[in-house]
Write a protein that binds this ligand. Structure first.
Ligand code: 3HC
Length: 311
């Protein structure tokens, strides 16, 4: 019997085939990819702000160079992901409009303040650590352009995580004040890092369908558990205490049991009421407006080059 387009598509997903931009795909598949990929790109761009705050305050030239390279990488990841998103038929201008209007989401984690230099260590260690756990499975996501973008992104993320962990190690081996600064940063970044991986599976509206379409290869809770299991031993090496009194290794599961996450805080931040949401949005909108002359100059130059070729 003639298989309809839907059946053929499902069969391709079942065969672990890559779906490419020009292939037929259900409209809902396209829409959920534009949703996730654009929010991922917005997260990279907004994610530059918390760290950008410390580039001019880095304690040494080596730290400054590493932080500068990391923030520059985040910009590149954002542009990479916007390009991958454009293959689904949405324009770059539209994506920027959605971000600047406050319509689009970006990762909750970037709405927290970076109060001391130790935050640069905690962000690299925890936030990029969680991002790697989240992004490695995405290298096998069914949509070709997204999967290929993730391969490149993941290579750079491991440098981000290592430079963060090295900052924490240096502080923990330093003076008591430096170790206290590292502990304070862990206290403030631990729970928001767990929330970054999204709501629990039973509260996640997209996970079931995203798993079926192999957009997601692991659920939010699986990724969160993997992050905790990997990070607790690293905190032990640092000699830092994870701010969760219920954290306990479970001999049966071979994983750590952990305390209740404050999902009210998560949804407050996602809805725009986090500590830095307004500041982050203003920074992005101001950068966009102040950068208009740069975009105009680039377009004028490109047209001049084009006319030269034609003439
Ligand atoms: N921050 C803001 N919104 C979040 C969120 C978070 N941490 N977690 C979930 N949400 C939103 C979802 O977007 C969804 O809202 P929507 O329907 O308007 O999109 C709603 O909460 C329900 O959550 P779901 O779990 O059902 O949504 P998803 O299936 O999309 O799962 C996700 C959420 C795990 C973040 C998934 O979108 C994902 O894997 N995205 C790609 C990775 C990513 O975006 N990471 C963000 C950080 S990027 C980064 O860290 C870069 C590094 O260099 C620092």
């Amino acid at each position: 019997e003639i298989k309809n387009l839907e059946d053929i598509f499902e069969q391709r997903i079942a065969n672990d085939e890559k779906i490419e931009p020009k292939d037929w795909m259900p409209e809902k598949y396209r829409k959920t990819h534009i949703r996730q990929m654009s929010q991922h790109a917005h997260s990279e761009i907004v994610g530059m702000l918390p760290e950008g705050n410390w580039i001019s305050r880095a304690p040494s030239l080596r730290r400054k160079v590493a932080l500068l390279a990391k923030v520059q990488d985040e910009a590149g990841h954002g542009l990479y992901l916007y390009s991958a998103c454009e293959t689904l038929g949405v324009s770059r201008e539209e994506l920027y409009r959605q971000l600047h209007s406050g319509e689009a989401k970006y990762s909750s984690i970037f709405n927290y303040p970076t109060l001391t230099w130790a935050d640069m260590g905690a962000i690299g260690w925890l936030v990029d650590g969680a991002a790697i756990i989240n992004q490695v499975p995405l290298c096998n996501t069914s949509y070709g352009p997204y999967a290929r973008a993730m391969v490149r992104v993941c290579k750079e993320e491991s440098f981000h995580q290592r430079q963060g962990y090295e900052i924490m190690l240096t502080l923990c081996n330093g003076t008591p004040e430096q170790k206290e600064m590292a502990q304070d940063a862990l206290n403030r970044w631990w729970w928001p890092s767990l929330m970054m991986l999204g709501p629990t599976d039973d509260a996640s509206v997209h996970t079931e369908q995203s798993m079926k379409w192999k957009l997601k290869r692991k659920t939010n809770d699986e990724l969160r558990q993997q992050f905790i299991d990997q990070t607790v031993p690293q905190a032990d090496i640092l000699g830092l205490t994870i701010p969760d009194p219920d954290l306990k290794f479970n001999e049966e599961t071979g994983s750590y049991d952990f305390g209740e996450i404050d999902w009210d805080e998560f949804w407050q931040v996602v809805k725009g009421h986090g500590p830095c949401n307004k500041e982050r949005m203003n920074a992005r909108v101001n950068a966009w407006n102040e950068g208009e002359w740069v975009r105009d100059a680039a377009v004028a130059y490109a047209e001049k080059q084009e006319n030269k070729k034609v003439a």
